[in-house]
Design a protein around this ligand. Structure first.
Ligand code: HEM
Length: 230
């Protein structure tokens, strides 16, 4: 599919600039060797697999949680209606400029990825040098270790009501969030992983999710009587 899509896009490029406009496929003085078609295909395969299933899972879980917690869905809708310019409230999709700084919208996305991280298993890492000491245990060099994201993000010693859907915990002005929990939300929230190998598509993911969820919440009111609120 990736190969087909790339061939299609490259044989009839759209008018405006897009991701493909940046591929180094022509020679320049600075770059005498252009990118090969096989490299373009592999790069895009990584982007497609890393960026589609993850974002889609995060969207599905966010919608599930907003269905199971209709009062949170209502709050988000009211905030969007109040904050967005009138013409954007009635348009199919609001502009990213208008939705990107709405704390409650980001809080709903973050709370959903805390409860249901799209990559919830422990990502493998190899110990280096003299090994590592983890919770008092010495792990020698060259051992593959991992910490399951779900176990960390839903740990009752780090987060109050750890398995409940509480988007408000992410709002800095929320009186129920202690300073310690605020710190934990920064240090122990890792749906995109941390440091050198962390997700490079994180900003794109927030953009896509903010646009999709705000459009859905403004256009529909959904719930399911069979869902049990977390
Ligand atoms: C909610 C959406 C997303 C989540 C939860 C997510 C999560 C992650 C995680 C946990 C990693 C680290 C993997 C590791 O440490 O081994 C990662 C890496 C990566 N992500 Fe994402 N991702 C998301 C969206 C995207 C998007 C939209 C793109 C690009 C279109 C993307 C591209 C990548 C790439 C290329 C890597 C590998 C980076 C590297 O190894 O240097 N991701 N992602």
């Amino acid at each position: 599919m990736t190969r087909f899509k790339i061939m299609e896009r490259m044989s009839s490029p759209p008018a405006g600039r897009n991701l493909f406009s940046h591929f180094p496929i022509t020679t320049t003085d600075k770059r005498p060797v252009p990118m090969k078609m096989s490299e373009i295909i592999v790069e895009n395969q990584v982007m497609l697999s890393a960026g589609s299933d993850t974002t889609q899972s995060a969207l599905a879980y966010t919608m599930f949680l907003l269905a199971a917690n209709p009062e949170k869905q209502r709050t988000l809708r009211e905030i969007l209606q109040k904050t967005l310019p009138t013409e954007e409230v009635t348009s199919v999709v609001a502009s990213y400029n208008s939705v990107k700084n709405i704390p409650y919208l980001k809080a709903c996305l973050d709370e959903s990825m805390r409860l249901y991280a799209p990559i919830g298993f422990g990502l493998p890492r190899r110990t280096l040098g003299e090994g590592a000491t983890i919770v008092g245990h010495h792990i020698p060099c060259g051992v593959t270790i991992s910490a399951p994201v779900y176990t960390i993000q839903c740990n009752e010693t780090l987060f109050k009501d750890e398995s409940k859907h509480v988007p408000e915990r992410w709002l800095p002005e929320n009186p129920a969030t202690t300073e310690e929990e605020n710190r934990n939300l920064k240090d122990y929230y890792l749906p995109f992983s941390l440091d050198g190998r962390a997700c490079i598509g994180r900003n794109l993911a927030y953009m896509q999710m903010s646009l999709a969820i705000s459009a859905m919440v403004l256009a529909f009111d959904w719930n399911s009587p069979r869902l049990v609120s977390r």
